[in-house]
Design a protein around this ligand. Structure first.
Ligand SMILES: Cc1cc2nc3c(=O)[nH]c(=O)nc-3n(C[C@H](O)[C@H](O)[C@H](O)COP(=O)(O)O)c2cc1C
Ligand code: SF4
Ligand code: SF4
Length: 437
């Protein structure tokens, strides 16, 4: 695979310090569990959650893991009420802590999570309110999913892995590259299929395993990718599949949607990883550029990349890897479908081609992954869903395209990894890159 980005994935220095931090956080978690056992539901749960997040964030050395757990615990607090609000904490901590090979470790983690949850529910009985019942149901389903994945791991090392990747500004491609490096380090052959249009995308998925990678757009995969997954993804015949996604920090459970689709299509989803990357929506970058550059630097890309590379290597060895599939933040992707659909998008995202600049070259039309743009009387027009990928703006050689309210004319968001962005051919056959031709 021809990708030349090298993110130094070395483990951070100061391993001894990390060990002691890890140890301290472990003590805090033990104290937290003792405190829960003392049944003091009125206690402020904040420090318990912070301790657990520190413990597991350090175990995984990954920002995504820490963010995800924090949200899960917070949701327990929001919906649960009484002792039930501790349920995600009691179930997720052992599940995450033991989510590693060997398999017996996972079995022990699931057993510990199930035992802790049962004890907590028994002590909290009767469970009252729909929110508390939702937390109980989500916990039970998460544990059932974990048990399913225990018996359905990749098992043997795949010899050939197909990777289907959708990436607008290159972040997901970068994340995928880490995973691919990990898989390749085990000797497996990897074929990367760059997804762009859903109508003309054809991939021969002949490998004995699959990885699907996408960015989160509105709590879910971009619509074109979703359309292909539903209509175009061939049946898996029981082959293992891995889910990879990246976003700006929202720990949505788009992986659950993927889990459902892959299962329905006969694949065996066996693991997932995700990464936090700089946001690719220009409009959200209000304020001084220096501030955004500073915020971008805070994202711990090298450590997260190293974690995903390790997941890829474990997948290549046929071992369980990545993070457990969770049910807790379930409603988010449903919200994404409600707020990001063609009925909302059509009036909200409006393309304007500046008449005096646009020469009708059609590059934007050729690129648009939503097939929203078309030429009429020599000028681009738009209808239907927009994935807000900003490709039409970034690619326009004449800086003529504007997406009103969502991008700043003349200041397109520069893709962070330009060489990882899909290359399309303009109607005259030239290859085009974001930021110019
Ligand atoms: C239309 C749109 C919607 C997005 N929605 C979310 C979101 O719901 N949660 C989130 O954390 N990031 C969201 N993001 C940020 C992207 O997921 C993030 O920038 C990602 O790294 C883009 O990857 P790519 O470069 O592979 O396209 C959104 C970005 C776009 C353009
Ligand atoms: S890429 Fe720019 S110049 Fe070409 S048709 Fe689109 S808006 Fe016009
Ligand atoms: S209209 Fe522009 S921003 Fe919207 S999907 Fe098409 S290329 Fe992307």
């Amino acid at each position: 695979m021809e990708v030349n980005v090298d993110v130094n994935g070395a483990r951070p220095a100061g391993a001894a310090l990390l060990f002691w931090l890890y140890f301290l956080a472990g003590l805090l978690v033990a104290a937290a569990i003792l405190r829960i056992a003392a049944w003091d539901p009125a206690a402020d749960a904040l420090w318990l959650r912070v301790a657990a997040v520190a413990f597991l964030g350090l175990k995984y050395r990954s920002l995504p893991a820490a963010l995800e757990l924090y949200t899960v615990f917070w949701l327990g607090d929001l919906l649960g009420g009484g002792a039930v609000r501790f349920l995600p904490l009691v179930a997720a901590v052992p599940l995450y802590a033991g989510w590693a090979p060997p398999r017996r470790m996972r079995a022990a983690a699931i057993a510990a999570a199930a035992a802790g949850s049962t004890l907590l529910i028994a002590a909290a009985a009767p469970v009252a309110g729909w929110g508390a019942w939702a937390v109980v149901a989500a916990t039970a389903l998460t544990l059932a999913l974990a048990a399913l994945n225990l018996t359905a791991g990749p098992g043997t090392s795949p010899r050939a892995v197909d990777v289907v990747v959708n990436s607008a500004s290159g972040n997901t491609m970068h994340l995928t590259q880490q995973f691919v490096d990990g898989v390749q380090s085990t000797g497996a052959r990897v074929t990367v299929h760059r997804f762009h249009y859903y109508r003309d995308f054809r991939a021969e998925l002949t490998g004995d395993a699959l990885a699907v990678a996408f960015p989160i757009y509105g709590f879910k995969p971009p619509w074109p990718m979703l359309a292909w997954l539903l209509r175009g993804l061939p049946r898996g015949g029981g082959r293992p599949a891995y889910v990879l996604y990246c976003c700006a920090g929202g720990p949505e459970n788009a992986h659950l949607l993927l889990w459902l689709i892959l299962r329905c299509k006969g694949w065996r989803p066996v693991g997932r990883s995700w990464g936090v990357y700089p946001l690719n929506v220009a409009t959200f970058r209000w304020g001084p550029r220096a501030l955004w550059r500073f915020l971008d630097r805070l994202v711990p890309l090298p450590t997260d990349a190293a974690a995903v590379r390790a997941h890829g290597a474990a997948f290549g060895r046929g071992e369980p890897s990545g993070y457990p599939f969770l049910i807790w933040p379930l409603p988010l992707f449903i919200g994404g479908i409600l707020i990001d659909n063609k009925w909302v998008d059509t009036p909200l995202y409006r393309n304007y081609a500046w008449r005096r600049r646009c020469n009708g070259c059609g590059i934007c039309v050729a690129f648009c992954p939503a097939q929203r743009l078309y030429l009429k009387e020599g000028r681009p027009r738009a209808r239907g869903t927009c994935t807000l990928c900003l490709g039409c703006i970034n690619l326009c050689p004449r800086r003529a395209m504007e997406l009103r309210f969502w991008s700043e004319y003349g200041r397109p968001y520069p893709p962070r990894w330009p060489k990882l962005v899909v290359r399309r051919r303009a109607p005259d056959g030239r290859a085009v890159w974001p930021g110019g031709s």
